[in-house]
Design a protein. Structure first.
Length: 632
C-alpha cells in the first residue's frame, strides 16, 4: 500500500485523472517491415523500422503541446533536462511492442471494426452522421492517403484491444481503497526540534577553502549580462495621439445602454454561525437551532448589531455589527442573494444555509437601478474608444517604426521621429528580464543571440512590441577564488556550522531511538524544545518550516504510530530539524463516502498503468531493440 502511495505521491496531490493507460497512440505508419536494408531508422524493434520521419512528426507534436503549457517559448535547457526526444522515441517503441504482441497472439481487427471506428469518429461527422467529404479533407490536411490512414487506425485499434485484454482483470480491494484514501487524506501532526547552526569565528586553511571552492564552483558562476538600448512600442503610446470625435462618444453611449446602467444593489449585514466541513447531521442541526434562537432573540427586541458582535463567527464583519456592504446581483451566494433581493429594508431573514454555515441576513438599504448620465460616462467612453483605436493601430506603428530602423540602422534617430523613448538597460540577465519589458522568453531569446551593435527583430511581448540594440555583452564565467575569497570564506563558515548542526541532530536522533518513550526528556537534555507543526496530509507539496524536498516527501510517507521518528536530520532554512509524528487526525468517513467511487477508479487506473508498464518491460527484455542515438 505504501509503495503505491509513495510512487504516485505527486499524482495524488494533483489528483490527475488518467485519460488513457499509456501514452496516447500515434499513427502507426512510417516504418518498414522485416528485411529493410536502408538502415535509415529512428529505432528498430524486432526487425521493424520506425522511420526518422515518423519520429520527427511525433516529437514536434509533443514539443508543440509543451510550448502550449508554457504559453509560448520553451527554454532549451528545459527540453534538454526533460530528455524529451528520448522519452518520445521510447514511447513509440513501447507502442510498437504492444502491436507486435497483439499480432503474435492472433488478435486482429476486422474491416467492419475499422469502418465502424472511422465512421463514429466525430471529426468525420456532420450533424451526427459520417461525412465522406470531411474524411477526405482531413486526410488531405494531414497528407495521408486513405490506405495509409486506415492501416494506421487498424494497428492503433489492435494495440488498444491488447491493452484492454491485459488490464481488464486488474482489480482493487474495497478495504484497501479505504485505507489508501485515509492514507492520503488523514492529517499528520508533526513536531520538530530545530538545531540552529552556530557560526564560530574560524580561519579556514588554504587547502580547506580551496577544496570547498572546487566542490561548489558552479554556485559562484556569474551569468551572462547584456547592456541594451531598446524601444518599447505600446498601444498606450499610440493612444496619446488618438482623438475621439464627440459624435463617436455620443453614438457609443446611445448604442450601448447596458454598459451605463448601475444595477439594483442591497446593503446587507449578517450573522454567521459556521458549520465545520466534516460536521455530521447532529452537529449541523445543533448549529441551525442556535441560529434560530438568535433569530428569535432579534425578533424579540435584541439589537442585531449587538448579537452580531457577540455571536457571529465572521470576525471581520462582527467588529462592524455584521455590516458587509452593498451587493449587486451575481456577487453573493445564490441562496443568500435570492432572499436578500426579495426582502424589505430592516427585515431579518430566517437562518439560511450556505457552504460556510448558517446566516441571518438583514437588508439595511435598497439602491434601485439607475442610468449613468452621459456627462458622467463621457470620460470612460473616450478612454475605451481611444484604447480600441490604439490597439488596432499599434501593430502598424510598430511595423512602420521597425522598417525605418531596419533601413537606416539607426534606433535613436527613428525613435525621435516616432516620438518614442530609447531606454537603457544595464547588466541584464536572462532570468532577470528587461526593465518595463520583463523576462518574456521570446524577447530574452532574441536579445541573447545579438552581437554587439546589432539590432534585433521586432518582437511582440504581451500587448507591446520591442526593438533592441546590443551595446555590450559579458559572457558567463566562474570568478577565481581570489576575486570572491571573502564570500567563499563566509559560505564555508556557514557550511561548517550547518554540518555541525546536522551532526548534533543525528546525535539527538540516536538518543531518541534509545529513549523512545520520553522524547521530552531527550529534548531537554540537548537544551531544545519540541514545536508542533500545523497538521498536513501525506501528499502535501509543501510543509511549512520544513520546505519541499524529496526528504520531506519521504518523511510524510514513512512515519507512522509504530515508527514515529524520522531517522535522518532534515536540512531546513533555520538549521537541521529532527522530526517525529505526534498523532494522526483521521479524515471524515462521511467525506470518504462522497469520494469513494472516484477514488477507486483513480487507483484502478494507476494499477492498470503499473501493470501495463511491467508487461511492456517484459516485452522489452526479450526483444531486439536498437535506437539511433544520432537522432537523440
Amino acid at each position: 500500500m505504501l509503495d503505491l502511495m509513495r510512487k504516485h505521491a505527486r499524482s495524488w496531490i494533483i489528483k490527475v485523472a488518467l485519460g488513457g493507460i499509456i501514452i496516447v497512440f500515434v499513427f502507426w505508419y512510417g516504418w518498414s517491415g522485416p528485411g529493410d536494408q536502408t538502415r535509415n531508422y529512428a529505432a528498430e524493434v524486432n526487425g521493424t523500422i520506425i522511420s526518422p520521419a515518423l519520429f520527427q512528426t511525433v516529437y514536434e507534436s509533443e514539443l508543440a503541446k509543451m510550448r502550449l503549457r508554457f504559453q509560448g517559448s520553451l527554454p532549451a535547457e528545459l527540453i534538454e533536462k526533460l530528455n524529451l526526444k528520448q522519452k518520445v522515441l521510447e514511447g513509440m517503441v513501447d507502442q510498437l511492442l504492444l502491436m507486435q504482441e497483439a499480432e503474435r497472439l492472433g488478435m486482429f481487427v476486422t474491416d467492419q471494426d475499422l469502418v465502424r471506428n472511422i465512421q463514429s469518429n466525430p471529426v468525420f461527422q456532420s450533424n451526427g452522421a459520417f461525412d465522406s467529404r470531411m474524411y477526405a479533407a482531413y486526410l488531405q490536411s494531414i497528407k495521408l492517403t486513405p490506405s495509409l490512414y486506415e492501416d494506421s487506425e487498424r494497428r492503433r485499434i489492435l494495440a488498444g484491444h491488447l491493452v484492454r485484454l491485459l488490464t481488464d482483470g486488474v482489480e482493487t480491494d474495497l478495504e484497501e481503497i479505504k485505507r489508501l484514501w485515509h492514507f492520503q487524506n488523514d492529517r499528520l501532526v508533526l513536531s520538530m526540534l530545530l538545531v540552529k547552526p552556530e557560526e564560530e569565528p574560524i580561519q579556514p586553511s588554504v587547502e580547506a577553502l580551496e577544496s570547498y571552492y572546487e566542490k561548489n564552483r558552479s554556485k559562484y558562476e556569474l551569468p551572462a549580462t547584456l547592456n541594451l538600448n531598446y524601444v518599447v512600442i505600446s498601444w498606450r503610446d499610440v493612444a496619446k495621439d488618438v482623438k475621439v470625435p464627440e459624435e463617436d462618444v455620443r453614438a457609443y453611449y446611445e448604442t450601448h445602454p447596458e454598459e451605463f446602467v448601475v444595477p439594483q444593489r442591497v446593503k446587507v449585514s449578517h450573522i454567521l454561525l459556521r458549520v465545520p466541513e466534516d460536521a455530521d447531521d447532529e452537529k449541523k442541526e445543533s448549529v441551525r437551532k442556535k441560529a434560530e434562537a438568535l433569530h428569535a432573540g432579534i425578533k424579540g427586541g435584541e439589537q442585531f448589531e449587538a448579537v452580531a458582535a457577540a455571536e457571529s463567527q465572521d470576525e471581520e464583519s462582527a467588529k462592524k455589527g455584521g455590516y458587509l456592504g452593498f451587493f449587486s446581483k451575481g456577487t453573493m451566494d445564490p441562496k443568500l442573494e435570492e432572499v436578500a433581493f426579495n426582502m424589505e429594508v430592516g427585515q431579518v431573514s430566517e437562518p439560511l444555509l450556505s457552504e460556510e454555515g448558517y446566516h441571518l441576513i438583514r437588508v439595511d438599504e435598497i439602491a434601485p437601478e439607475k442610468k449613468v448620465e452621459f456627462d458622467l460616462a463621457k470620460d470612460k467612453i473616450v478612454a475605451k474608444l481611444s484604447e480600441q483605436t490604439a490597439r488596432n493601430r499599434v501593430t502598424r506603428v510598430a511595423q512602420d517604426f521597425y522598417e525605418q530602423v531596419y533601413r537606416t540602422e539607426n534606433l535613436d534617430e527613428q525613435a525621435g521621429k516616432f516620438g518614442l523613448a530609447v531606454r537603457k538597460g544595464e547588466f541584464i540577465t536572462r532570468h532577470g528580464g528587461i526593465p518595463d519589458v520583463g523576462a518574456d522568453p521570446a524577447v530574452m531569446d532574441e536579445a541573447f543571440v545579438l552581437k554587439a551593435g546589432e539590432i534585433s527583430r521586432l518582437v511582440k511581448t504581451g500587448d507591446d512590441y520591442v526593438v533592441m540594440r546590443l551595446e555590450e555583452r559579458t559572457d558567463e564565467r566562474i570568478p577565481t577564488l581570489d576575486e570572491i575569497r571573502s564570500s567563499v570564506e563566509k559560505d564555508y563558515v556557514k557550511q561548517v556550522a550547518m554540518d555541525n548542526a546536522e551532526k548534533k541532530a543525528g546525535e539527538i536522533i540516536k538518543a531518541l531511538l534509545k529513549e523512545s518513550s520520553d522524547p521530552q526528556k531527550v529534548a531537554e537534555e540537548f537544551g531544545l524544545a519540541w514545536k508542533d507543526l500545523d497538521p498536513v496530509s501525506r501528499t502535501t507539496g509543501l510543509v511549512p518550516e520544513l520546505g519541499r524536498t524529496p526528504a520531506v516527501s519521504e518523511l510524510l510517507t514513512t512515519v507512522s504510530p509504530s515508527n514515529p521518528l524520522f531517522a535522518e536530520p532534515l536540512p531546513v532554512a533555520g538549521g537541521a530539524a529532527v522530526v517525529r509524528l505526534v498523532r494522526i487526525e483521521p479524515a471524515s468517513d462521511v467525506q470518504y463516502e462522497k469520494e469513494a467511487l472516484t477514488f477507486k477508479n483513480w487507483v484502478l487506473e494507476v494499477r492498470k498503468t503499473d501493470f501495463l508498464k511491467g508487461w511492456v518491460q517484459k516485452l522489452r527484455d526479450k526483444s531486439d531493440i536498437t535506437l539511433n542515438d544520432r537522432l537523440l
